[in-house]
Each structure stands twice: as C-alpha cells, then as structure tokens.
Design a protein around this ligand. Structure first.
Ligand SMILES: Nc1ncnc2c1ncn2[C@@H]1O[C@H](COP(=O)(O)OP(=O)(O)OP(=O)(O)O)[C@@H](O)[C@H]1O
Length: 226
C-alpha cells in the first residue's frame, strides 16, 4: 500500500538530510507507528506521503501510485484516498461538527443528500451522536478529535495518516481515540501514525518503526516504545 524506496530528503538550506536513504514497506491493512526523537524525520515522511514535498532521491509509492511522478492535476484525486488527522484537530471553527464532516464530502462533489445520509452515520460511529450541531468550541478536545477522525474517515480512505493525534489529549481520552483508529483499521484501512506517546504504543502492540536522525533504526512487528 505504501513504499518508500531509498528516499533521501534534504530541505533547502539544510546542512544534512532529514531522511537519509530510507526504505520501508507498509501492506494494506497494516497499523504502523512511526516513533523517534523530535526532529528525526517523522513528519517529513507524512509530508512525502501526501505529496506536500518531494524527495531528492528515491521513490514514494502510495496506493500503487508513484507519487514522485504524479502530475499536478492528479494530486487532488490522489489525496482523496488519504484521510488525515493532526495533533491540533484543524476543524473549521465556525462550522458545526456535522458541517465539518459534510465539508469533506462537499469538496469532492458529493451531494447534500449523500451528506445527510452518511454524516450522521460516521458521527455515530465516532461516538458523537447527538452532538452534530455543536461548534468546535462547544466540544472537548477529545470530542473535537473525534470530529476530525470522522472527517478523515467519511470518504472511506484507503489510508489514514495520523500525525500525533493524541498529542493534545489526556491519557484516557487518548485511549478512546486509539480505539477509534483501531476500529477504522479493522475495516481494512491502513493506518500510519506518528507519535511520542509511549503509553499508546505499548498498549496497542502494533508495528513500530523507529527513526533517528533520518534513518530507520528499528522496525518491529507488535513492538513497544523502547
Ligand atoms: N521546511 C523545512 N525546512 C528546513 N528544515 C526542515 C523543514 N521541515 C523540517 N525540517 C528539518 O528536518 C528535520 C526533520 O523534521 P521533522 O519535522 O520531520 O521531524 P519530526 O521527527 O516530525 O519531529 P517532531 O517530533 O518534533 O515533530 C528536522 O531537523 C527539521 O528541523
């Protein structure tokens, strides 16, 4: 589902590569944690997968597509296959939970009729039934992240990328969000998550890929934080 082949990324003006000859392969339906110290290159991987940045060397393959060769007019269709969740939720503040999720359908041209059917279903799935009409500021951090997960999942993406999704949440709320990601993974969605949260990694016992100074130093099935 995802392959990095000998990927090197050096940002402009940087003195050393942020990723240095990295190769990793992720199968359909996998659940993978990327861990490592601050600045080790984890978010750079996420940005490469989203085609936000290009590698200097190597190939990035996502959903059987060589992302490095993707034509610009194909980028938005490509990104539709990927749902994203971030540490800071990134909800639209002046739209309700329902509208935030419906917006993800709207931008890909789905009708309001489809939204009326699908959005309540997915909000129910993330445990927000009854809170559809709340604005983000009327929801707790955990609830806001549930909205973000619902928005990421509403198009049933092949891949869910989560960059520190529990970074702003307390331990109990973090576990609830992880349960949700686990459920989504069990529907066949490949989940790639960047995290510093050792509790979560140790509880989930999924594949762990550890990065240090732009290199993979550990790749372990059912790993722990270490
Ligand atoms: N746009 C940029 N321009 C120059 N250097 C960058 C840029 N983005 C990231 N870097 C550098 O690349 C390296 C890897 O950064 P990256 O954000 O991938 O790390 P990370 O592992 O996600 O860190 P954190 O856990 O703190 O989020 C760091 O040394 C960082 O300073």
């Amino acid at each position: 589902m995802i392959r990095l082949e000998h990927v090197t990324k050096t940002y402009p003006k940087a003195s050393r590569p942020s990723l240095d000859d990295v190769s990793v392969s992720i199968e359909k339906g996998d659940f993978v944690f990327f861990i490592g110290p601050s600045g080790s290159g984890k978010s750079t991987i996420i940005k490469l997968l989203l085609h936000e940045i290009q590698p200097n060397k190597g190939r990035v393959v996502v959903a059987d597509r060589d992302v490095t060769a993707l034509r610009s007019w194909k980028i938005s269709a490509f990104r539709r296959q990927i749902g994203c969740v971030f540490q800071d939720f990134r909800l639209l503040p002046n739209r309700t939970a329902y509208e935030n999720v419906a917006f993800a359908l709207e931008v890909i041209g789905k009708s309001q009729g489809v939204a009326r059917r699908v959005v309540p279903e997915v909000l129910e799935l993330v445990g927000l039934g009854g809170k559809e009409h709340r604005y983000p500021h009327e929801l707790s951090g955990g609830e806001q992240q549930r909205v973000a997960v619902a928005r990421a999942f509403v198009n049933r993406p092949l891949i869910l990328l989560a960059d520190e999704p529990t970074g702003n949440l307390d331990p109990d709320t973090s576990i609830e969000i992880m349960r949700l990601l686990d459920r989504i993974n069990r529907t066949g969605t490949t989940v790639v998550m960047v995290t510093h949260d050792s509790n979560i990694v140790n509880q989930m016992r999924r594949r762990v890929v550890e990065i240090e100074s732009g290199k993979i130093v550990r790749d372990q099935p059912r790993g722990v934080y270490g």
